[in-house]
Design a protein around this ligand. Structure first.
Ligand code: ASP
Length: 296
């Protein structure tokens, strides 16, 4: 069954993590700002890919999230970032891994999308970004004070999934990875079928959490395989329920081709905002229990 013609939907998240009371408001308002940027694209008939990129750019610019500005630091105290965008219409993918010195890794991924390579990493990714006029910066400009102090392992990739009025689905991710990771380490967030996937015939998914475990489960592929039968939420819950086999937390958002939205998490918190053409108000939640109690 296809979605209703003209229906659009958007879901964004600020990462799998534990949110302290002082950071609750920044997480809610950041997710709502990201949602507004993507929604503006979808409302005027724009495409899902543009909406996902617009939403993720907002999250990358806010220091409260582990993406772009405010990214986690690797073992050398550097910001190395991964990001991806996938177009469900063409199945084209643009992704970057262990990239330094750009403000918006998701927009570098966007520039790779029409090219033959799916994924560029490290210096090669930086050279591509420079040659394609990405927004470069001194890598140290992305470091914020609280990350220097934090030894806690972050699992808070950001992500977005959109369905546009024409039935196109897109998914994207962006992350500074795990605190204290080895230089050059890439988790799931740039790898299709692991941290994300999008296919107009099925739907789209974006995941956050412990990248090694997510990759070992090929979690996005599992969710995509089950979404039609189980619906987005159960498909996510079943796939990520298997994290106990590999260790670590994982959370995800998804939209199916009918425009059904779903999310599920096994970290303490998961900041999520969502909206659709046929809902009144955007919704934002910091954990599933909030949504369940609001819906009675
Ligand atoms: N999935 C990311 C990674 O392993 C981490 C995260 O979600 O923060 O690189």
């Amino acid at each position: 069954m296809a979605g209703q013609p003209g229906r659009w939907a958007l879901i964004v998240h600020g990462g799998a993590k534990e949110i302290s009371p002082e950071e609750e408001e920044d997480n809610r308002s950041g997710c709502l700002q990201a949602l507004a940027a993507g929604r503006e694209v979808l409302e005027r008939g724009g495409n899902a890919l543009d909406a996902v990129e617009a939403s993720i750019r907002v999250l990358e610019a806010l220091p409260v999230f582990n993406a772009g500005l405010g990214s986690a630091l690797n073992i050398l105290g550097e910001v190395e970032m991964c990001a991806a965008l996938m177009d469900g219409q063409t199945l084209r993918i643009g992704a970057v891994g262990a990239l330094m010195g750009v403000r918006h890794p998701v927009s570098v991924a966007r520039k790779i999308l029409p090219e033959e390579p799916v994924l560029l990493v490290g210096d090669g990714a930086f050279m591509f970004a420079r040659d394609h006029h990405a927004e470069l910066c001194d890598p140290r400009e992305l470091i914020v004070e609280k990350r220097k102090e934090s030894l806690e392992q972050l699992h808070d990739t950001v992500g977005a999934v959109a369905l546009d009025m024409n039935g196109n689905v897109a998914a994207g991710t962006s992350t500074g990875g795990l605190t204290g990771a080895m230089k050059g380490r890439m988790g799931d967030s740039a790898i299709p079928g692991c941290g994300y996937y999008a296919d107009n015939h099925i739907g789209g998914v974006a995941i956050s959490g412990h990248g090694e475990g997510i990759a070992r489960l090929a979690a996005a592929a599992q969710i995509m395989g089950a979404i039609d039968r189980d619906g987005p939420e159960s498909a996510i819950a079943k796939a990520l329920g298997q994290m106990s086999r590999v260790g670590g937390d994982a959370d995800a958002i998804a939209i199916d081709r009918q425009g059904r939205l779903g999310w599920w998490h096994n970290s303490e918190h998961f900041a999520v905002a969502m909206t659709a053409s046929d809902t009144d108000e955007p919704k934002v939640w910091l954990k599933k229990e909030e949504e369940l109690s609001a819906n009675g």
